[in-house]
Design a protein around this ligand. Sequence first.
Ligand code: PGA
Length: 250
Amino acid sequence: MARKPIIAGNWKMNNNIAQTKALITDLIPLVADAKCDVVICTPYTSLATAVEMCKGTNIKVGAENVHWAEKGAFTGEISANMLVELGVEYAIVGHSERRTYFGETDKTVNQRVKAALAAGLKVILCVGETLEEREAGITAEVVRRQTKIAFTDVAKEDLENVVIAYEPVWAIGTGKTATAQDANDTIKIIRDLMAELYCPKCAENLVRIQYGGSMNAKNASELMAMPEIDGGLIGGASLKAEDFNKVVHF
Ligand code: PGA
C-alpha cells in the first residue's frame, strides 16, 4: 500500500483575517487537482474563517498547537474539543518553536498527542535535532527519544492519524535545508523505530513522515523523490499561494 503524500502549511504567527481570506481564495483553485493531501495550519484566530472557506474543497485545516486537558483552569489554552467543534481536522504538536520558546517537553508533547487523538483530531507530530545535537553526533538518539516518548500509550489503531514531521531545528526558517539524502536517512531511522514500537508493516504502510525545514518551491521535488519522505511541513513558503502550490505540485 503506497503512502499518500501530505503537504502541510504551517503559517506560524502570520496572517490576520483579511490576509487569511486572500491567501485561501488564491489557494483553492490552485491546489484543487492536488494528488497529495493538502493541509493549512493557521493561527487560532484564523481557524473559523479557514474552515468555512475550505468546506467542500480538498484543503484540510489544522491548528498549530492543542492543550492536553479537556477543559479547566489553563488560561490562554485551547482544547482539542474546541478545535473539533470548529471543524478543525489537524493539530501540529511539539513544533520546535514550542519546545524552544514555550517549555514544551517530550512528556507534554505525548499528553497533547493523546488528547488530540482522543478527540478525533489528526496530529502532525514534530521531532528534530538542534545544531548542537547534530554536531555532537546524537541526531538518531534525539529523534528516537522524541518519537518514542510522543507515542507512549498511542494505540496501533491511531497510527494512521499521526503524521510525523522530521524537522531539523537548524533548517527551520534559516534557508538551510538538510540534503535530501540526510533527510531520508533520518526519516528511515524514525520509520525503523516505528517498526520496533508497532510492527514493520504498520511502519511501512501507515506511518507518514514529512520533512520540514526551509522546504520550498525549488527543493520540494528533490526531497519528495526520496523513498522515505512522504510529505512536507512548510513554513515560510506556505505564506504565498504560488510558492505553496509549487510544493503541493512537487
Ligand atoms: P520553514 O518552517 O519552512 O520556514 O523552515 C518549517 C516549520 O517550522 O514547520
